[in-house]
Design a binder for this molecule. Sequence first.
Ligand SMILES: C[S@@+](CC[C@H](N)C(=O)[O-])C[C@H]1O[C@@H](n2cnc3c(N)ncnc32)[C@H](O)[C@@H]1O
Length: 283
Amino acid sequence: MVYSLNLYYNVDYSMVNHKRYDFSVNDVSEVYAGAGGKLWELLMGEQIHVGGPEQTDILAKKAGLDKVGQDITLLDICSALGGPARHLAEKYGINVVGLDITPEMVLEAKKRTEGRPYADKIEYRIGSGLDIPAHRNSFDVVWGQDAWCYIRDKTRLIEETWRVLKPGGTLAFTDWIWGSVSTLEEESDFLMEFMVFPDLQTLNGYSELVEKVGYKIVEKQDLQEDFAKHMDIYIIILQKAKPDIEAGFGPELYLAAEKGVLAWKKAAHEKKVGRGLWIAKKP
Ligand SMILES: C[S@@+](CC[C@H](N)C(=O)[O-])C[C@H]1O[C@@H](n2cnc3c(N)ncnc32)[C@H](O)[C@@H]1O
């Protein structure tokens, strides 16, 4: 038998218990109610996820939302400013319920939706993905984009998606994940603390969780390379916006943001962090 002492290289992360961080939902909400939410919108646009509307369309197609004339109701867990909700309602004619824990985000999402021709297709609720305010078997699709990294108890979250999804329904989500190369603790601490992430999964870890609850995975995709390319774009946008950020939020916040995004960019290129996509069916 061959024993490897190289604990820090190409570990199968599905087998590793990653450290969890002591961030509560209040800490995350504080970020999104304050400067953090504005900063992320500045970098990514009002669809606050890697790749913006283009990635929403990719996920929508994989989830089958592009088939015309369907009477579909989708739950977006962590709907933030409602950018994806509006996009999906307008482009695919589906009904969307956006759920977010931060009242300020829900208020802003409602404001931005009012008066739109498709506004009656969208409803926003304040609440947690860990205790979804909805009856069982309510939705045809449960959806999430780059946000479940803010939720510590992923098992509970996936169980909740199962409860509210109709049999035959689709779970479609993307999220930030640990990559195939491991980080030392100090680096992980910095990455997670900068983002206020309590827990990150891995590609295999998420898949195992989803399957354990009973889902059949239709597709899982490692979007690591695309993630690294987008980090290059976000640092450029951030640096260009330096004067505006300094004027609006102060030089300290700019410096902290630049240090954090640079660290994520470096870790992304080293394959230490990435992003994944999952499409799964509830039989
Ligand atoms: C990155 S943003 C989500 C972006 C959004 N999915 C999009 O694509 O535009 C993260 C959001 O998750 C919300 N959030 C964090 N923890 C949550 C929880 N436990 N339940 C519901 N929403 C939560 C935050 O309030 C914040 O608005």
